[in-house]
Design a protein around this ligand. Structure first.
Ligand code: BGP
Length: 480
């Protein structure tokens, strides 16, 4: 028998859940020419998306948000994070012509949340780059797109910053270009490391630019805060030997410090620039841009943590015919005996919450941050219902409890983590996996008009939020 303990949620520590516009809203209300990069990817290769589902209807949040806000209350959310879909919000991305219908929808959604006591947190880009800017300018590879994004951000702040107090420039800004241009896993299947690095850099610059207009526009008054949501891969070396440690350090440089350092410290690591230059794939930058990055760091960080990454020194020589890739320095490594989520193929290692928290405290000035995503995607959950039709997702309750427990321990030891948001509020569309793995506290029933039904975990989350007391196993390992 495991020993159970009660852990108190500290005062002011918030509980919420997250989603994004394109994963929930559906295309309802979108006009011709308003596709996002995600819509384009799906339209080009629908056969590669799980069972053919994509963002077309998603959860129909655009039409059903009132019903959903009620459910947010019923599962105990204090805050809800979603995004403004850039491709929907504007009808002309160059002259910044607003789609007033969309602007009205976002306005009503914000009001609905506030009126129900749920704090809205909004992100400006959760992969919703307008397809038109992708096709015309090559997307984030172009500084023109940086300029247009900052104008879009300015327009959004003007309309809503008197009501919304937490803003985020990007969600997981590293992901798209890593999958598309570094690893060539997605449409349009191009491999070009320099383009991937230019996207990284241009997003760093765009984030700083949006923070600048936020501050200069006076949107910080009355407690307005702006930050970015990053997905650091908490990385562990196979061994303490120098070659394995170096592999982990290089992985960390390319996938974590690349966004953490400029966002928090205002600097891009010199070692990264040196390596990119040596390999002829450095991004184009100017001293003036570096100054903007230096002067416009975040107020708050949102952190998405799901699974650890384990690496070891490479065992085989690099194929000299392949272009430079950070994997020149490492191989991925699987820890024997690890606990897995087999559906998503991710290791489950709750202590990563603690390890990352301590890193924020020691290396990043302990600035305010929160868990912006953490969760467990599981396939065929509907086979797991009780007689009343409620999904019995005890594994999700255990997953949340174990991760939250490690996070609370870190807070007790001085980590400046302000809250926890689960991915996700309802089941929703994943890139390519679509509705395969379900993440929600609330089920979306695809066989029955996308009806909503709170899962066992949703009822549990509500109790947690009301009692502000987590019951979870003690830290001691039980020998059997
Ligand atoms: C994060 C994204 C989310 C969400 C989540 C779950 O990386 O910010 O948008 O999709 O991961 O991952 P997936 O949907 O790939 O299973």
């Amino acid at each position: 028998m495991n020993i159970l303990r009660k852990y108190k949620l500290p005062e002011g520590f918030f509980l919420g859940a997250a989603a994004s516009a394109w994963q929930t809203e559906g295309w309802s209300g979108k006009k011709d020419g308003q596709d996002s990069y995600m819509d384009l990817w799906y339209k080009e290769t629908p056969e590669l998306w799980h069972e053919g589902y994509g963002p077309t209807v998603a959860t129909d949040f655009y039409n059903r948000y009132k019903e959903d806000v009620k459910l947010m209350k019923e599962v105990g959310l204090e805050a809800y994070r979603t995004s403004i879909d850039w491709s929907r919000f504007l009808t002309n991305y160059e002259t910044i012509e607003v789609n007033e219908e969309a602007a009205d929808y976002y306005n009503k959604l914000i009001d609905e949340m506030i009126n129900n006591g749920i704090e809205p947190m909004l992100c400006l880009e959760h992969y919703e780059l307008p397809a038109e800017l992708f096709k015309k300018y090559g997307g984030w590879g172009s500084k023109k797109v940086v300029e247009l994004y900052i104008k879009y951000a300015e327009e959004v702040f003007k309309r809503y910053s008197h009501k919304v107090k937490k803003w985020f420039t990007f969600n997981e800004p590293i992901v798209i270009q890593t999958r598309v241009f570094l690893d060539s896993l997605r449409y349009p299947f191009i491999q070009d490391t320099k383009i991937a690095m230019q996207w990284n850099y241009n997003k760093i610059l765009a984030s700083a630019g949006a923070i600048k207009v936020f501050k200069e526009g006076g949107h910080s008054k009355d407690g307005g805060e702006i930050g970015i949501i990053l997905n650091p891969d908490v990385c562990y070396p196979r061994s303490s030997a120098p070659h394995d440690k170096e592999a982990a350090e290089k992985f960390d440089l390319f996938f974590n410090r690349i966004f953490l350092d400029p966002s928090v410290k205002g600097t891009i690591p010199e070692e990264l620039i040196d390596i990119l230059k040596e390999n002829n794939c450095c991004f184009e930058y100017t001293e003036e841009e570096l100054k903007i990055i230096k002067e416009n760091t975040v107020d708050i960080l949102g952190i998405n943590l799901y699974a650890p990454t384990r690496v070891k020194a490479r065992e085989n020589a690099w194929n000299p015919r392949t272009p430079f890739h950070p994997a020149y320095y490492y191989d991925k490594y699987e820890l024997q005996g690890r606990k897995m989520n087999p559906y998503r193929g991710w290791e489950i290692y709750p202590k990563l919450m603690y390890d990352f928290s301590m890193r924020m405290k020691e290396e990043y000035g302990n600035i305010p941050w929160f868990i912006a995503e953490n969760g467990m995607g599981v396939e065929k959950e509907d086979l797991n219902k009780n007689s009343e039709g409620i999904i019995q997702d005890d594994y999700r309750i255990e997953f949340i409890s174990e991760h939250l427990k490690w996070l609370l321990k870190a807070v007790e030891e001085g980590a400046n983590c302000r809250g926890y948001m689960l991915w996700a509020f309802t089941d929703n569309v994943s890139p390519q996996n679509a509705f395969k793995n379900r993440y929600g506290l609330v089920e979306i029933d695809l066989k029955d008009n996308r009806n909503r039904r709170i899962k066992k975990s949703g009822h549990w989350y509500k109790k947690l939020s009301d009692s502000r007391e987590l019951e979870a196993t003690d830290f001691t390992f039980e020998y059997k």
